[in-house]
Ligand binder design. Structure first.
Ligand code: ANZ
Length: 805
């Protein structure tokens, strides 16, 4: 008889809940913090893509529980965010109610999947009980000088009425658009809160080394941080104005034939000569219209303009013109460069376009384009004949001794733009006095909650909708009239520390103080996260921001570890049956609700884990899903109304122990598809025997292993063996290594080096016996008949070769 997924899923989910089997335990020394990237509770509910990552962590958490670890396996909601706010705007609803409704749907769906989360530890970033601590952390950052108000060039979306962080902006058809919604984005200068993540650039870079993360994600973070070691060299214009240039190639300084400043460079106004002023100003206006991506694009034709000024090369003492051009960015290095057209392709393009001098200072056969290889220096006075490394060393020494510049490290990483002109986010826990000073809201007045208002439309002027709520904005502090900040924090605020919030809760959204001693003890128990599974799309944004906050909290002595996520794994996507990314617009979205109805949670879980390697992106297949359910029933029928043997006839010793051993390592390494294959091998082996002859402990071990993947069916099978326990509270099966020694081997029989037969024999047989076996082989006999045996060569456990004439 097959199982009824509807009946057993309901039954076991109820029992698990009553027995609180997934509650976080504190009984063991060994611990495992198994974390999912928490979902944004969108209106469309759980996606089969979510199911893939969450099944993998569920399997791993069950595995660790059965291995006797204390396990923390929580879930929560990344609940603030634009979609809820956009929805609220278009329907006149409150984003809070809408979000709570979605959360209920998500929670129910997760429970129906049989995921073993500790729901007592649920958190919601938009809950005041949660964001009180987000605000508190912001205040710590402010006190550390890591949060400041700054005039910055921002990505502004008129349609969304807000600024966006760089990782919230994409390029489509060469234009900047918002990642969510695809709305146009332009550059604009605004006064905004920024978090100085750049202060932590070095720690964020070196911290990567010890992490067990995919190499690709480490590379992405490394490139995003973009460390560059070079020198800042001081040039001076003829009338004594200093121009600092950043270069990684000080050794090419004899080839520097002109200087270029970014159009926004602060000294442009003071160096430009009268005759060139009008042109220069027009060019500056023109550059404003361009995006950073455009300016960096090396395929675009270079533009620029001469300022009329000249500077002196501090090493070669030659006089060179000073230009402005938008291929030099103002916010990198010093916003100014020495151009070496002979050896830098960007400078080459510029110099050829504007007919500027090109001087080769490295040996190059082909002088029709910039030479970027490594050869000896020429035309370089003291550097002549040196290679790159020697020349760099020598010139830096000279520059430092003669105080012509200093060594400098630059990072591509930019500070984190932290203001949003939106309603639905964390309010800032600060106020402004009438004379423009900033004050922190008192601890006892936290959280600063969002006001109840139906007027949440962005003004479009750059002011946040909260500015409309006068009774919220104005308050008195120490008898003085002050105003609240009306911007809110970005969505990535809550997700930068939510993994700590789980540790601080015992009931949803009720957090103990992060700076309490109790918190310290809990962090010491649980941090760092042992396994973090989520999508590759968070490689730089979320994962870098969370690492930054964690480092800061560590430096404040609040945490036991600088790095939050010891092991990271990116699960692949589940594509539609058409092989395209699932999307409403393609109409290829599979709903887990439908699959839960038709095939049940266990089949869905098993199918998604069996599709292929966990990190591969693979298309959905209903055949695969059917096959998963079919196999589960085959496994189920093994125990259905059967009694097994209490004595071991040893027939299954090898295969059982081999499978346990392999599944144990495969789950450890998240090779879950191959672990399932092993279980299939074991089921096939069981079916070769009369059930009553199968040793019962082997069946029990199988059910335990199955319970990781298909927990409901496994519980049902366990109960059929008259067990009173639930499987998560059972221990993981062990294997007997002594049963794993190979007892037989296949020997090849050759005549004159040609393969003529094989035989399965006991291992370590003596040579004479092996030769006899070979001669007894029918085919071998045919080839040595009537021939003279010259030699018999035996390679023990492998080959018998009979040489004949
Ligand atoms: C002279 C030179 C000669 C350069 C040569 C390169 C090759 P990374 O690795 O990206 O740090 N540069 C410096 N500041 C810049 C800015 N604000 N905008 C655009 N380009 C800038 O590269 C550093 C190099 O990029 C610097 O070294 C400078 O060009 C340029 F054969 O100086 B180099």
């Amino acid at each position: 008889m097959d199982f009824s997924h509807k009946a057993i899923e309901k039954k076991w989910q109820k029992i698990w809940k009553e027995k609180e089997v997934y509650k976080t335990t504190y009984n063991h020394d060994k611990k495992a913090y198994v974390l999912d990237m928490f979902p944004y509770p969108s209106g469309s509910g759980l996606h089969v893509g979510h199911v893939k990552g969450y099944t993998a962590t569920d399997i791993f958490a069950r595995f660790r529980r059965m291995q006797g670890y204390d396990v923390l396996h929580p879930i929560g909601w990344d609940a603030f965010g634009l979609p809820a706010e956009q929805y609220a705007l278009s329907t006149g609803n409150d984003p809070r109610e809408f979000t709570l409704k979605n959360i209920d749907t998500f929670r129910t769906q997760l429970q129906k999947m049989g995921f073993g989360y500790d729901f007592n530890k649920e958190v919601n970033t938009a809950h005041p009980g949660f964001y009180k601590t987000t605000q508190w952390i912001f205040q710590q950052l402010y006190k550390q000088g890591l949060a400041e108000l700054r005039n910055v060039e921002v990505n502004w979306s008129q349609d969304l009425g807000t600024v966006l962080a760089n990782d919230e902006v994409e390029i489509k058809d060469g234009k900047m658009v918002s990642e969510r919604g695809g709305y146009p984005v332009v550059k604009k200068t605004m006064k905004q809160w920024v978090l100085k993540i750049t202060t932590y650039a070095e720690k964020l870079l070196s911290g990567l080394d010890a992490l067990d993360w995919p190499q690709s994600v480490k590379e992405l973070q490394k490139n995003w941080i973009g460390k560059s070691e070079g020198v800042e060299i001081f040039f001076h214009t003829e009338n004594g104005i200093e121009l600092k240039v950043f270069t990684t190639r000080p050794d090419t300084i004899y080839g520097a034939t002109y200087l270029v400043l970014a159009p926004e460079h602060p000294t442009v106004q003071s160096i430009t000569t009268k005759e060139h002023l009008a042109e220069v100003e027009a060019y500056i206006e023109q550059a404003k219209q361009k995006t950073e991506i455009d300016r960096k694009d090396e395929s675009k034709t270079k533009t620029g303009i001469f300022t009329g000024a000249y500077a002196v090369n501090p090493i070669s003492k030659t006089k060179i013109p000073v230009w402005i051009a938008d291929y030099v960015l103002n916010d990198y290095g010093s916003g100014a460069i020495m151009a070496v057209p002979a050896h830098d392709p960007r400078d080459w393009d510029f110099a050829t376009k504007f007919n500027l001098e090109i001087k080769f200072v490295l040996e190059a056969k082909d002088q029709s384009k910039a030479f970027v290889g490594e050869t000896k220096h020429i035309n370089s006075d003291i550097l002549n004949g040196l290679d790159r490394k020697q020349a760099i060393e020598k010139i830096i020494e000279k520059i430092e001794v003669e105080k012509l510049g200093t060594k400098k490290i630059n990072y591509k990483l930019r500070d984190w733009l932290f203001s949003r002109q939106r309603f639905y986010g964390e309010p800032f826990p600060i106020y402004y006095t009438e004379d423009g000073n900033i004050g922190l809201i008192d601890l006892e007045d936290l959280p600063v909650t969002l006001p109840q208002t139906s007027y949440i439309k962005p003004s479009g002027t750059g002011e946040s909708p909260l500015a409309n709520v006068q009774e919220w904005v104005n308050l008195t502090v120490d008898g003085k009239n002050v105003k609240r900040e009306t911007n809110t924090m970005p969505q990535s605020a809550g997700s930068s520390w939510y993994y700590l919030a789980y540790i601080l809760t015992d009931q949803p959204n009720q957090l103990i103080d992060l700076e309490s001693n109790e918190a310290k003890e809990r962090f010491a128990k649980w941090m760092p996260v042992d396994l973090y599974i989520g999508g590759q799309e968070h490689a730089v944004g979320h994962l870098l921001y969370a690492r930054f906050w964690n480092h800061v909290l560590y430096d404040l002595n609040l945490l036991n570890t600088p790095e939050p996520f010891q092991k990271l794994y990116n699960q692949g996507m589940i594509l539609g049956p058409d092989g395209r990314k699932m999307s409403k617009s393609w109409g290829n979205v599979i709903s887990p609700d439908d699959v839960l109805q038709s095939h049940g949670a266990d089949a869905l879980r098993l199918y998604e884990m069996f599709m292929g390697p966990l990190d591969a992106s693979l298309p959905w297949s209903y055949d695969g899903l059917d096959a998963a359910l079919k196999w589960l029933n085959r496994a189920f029928r093994l125990v259905n109304k059967t009694t097994f043997s209490t004595t071991n006839n040893h027939e299954l010793d090898f295969i059982y122990n081999d499978v346990v051993k392999k599944v144990t390592t495969m789950v450890e390494e998240l090779k879950l598809n191959t672990a399932i294959s092993q279980l299939m091998v074991l089921v096939n082996a069981f079916y070769k025997y009369e059930p009553s002859t199968i040793y019962q402990p082997y069946i029990e071990g199988f059910i335990k292993m199955l319970s990781l993947f298909a927990p409901h069916v496994a519980e049902e099978m366990w109960a059929m063996l008259d067990k009173q326990t639930v499987l998560v509270q059972e221990s993981w099966p062990s294997f007997d290594q002594s049963k794993l020694i190979e007892k037989t081997i296949t020997i090849a029989f050759q005549v004159n080096g040609k393969l003529r037969g094989t035989k399965e024999v006991e291992i370590d047989l003596d040579n004479q016996t092996l030769i006899e076996f070979a001669k007894a082989d029918e085919n071998v006999a045919k080839f040595i008949e009537n021939k003279i045996i010259v030699k018999e060569v035996v390679i023990p456990n492998k080959i018998v070769n009979i040489v004949v004439k």
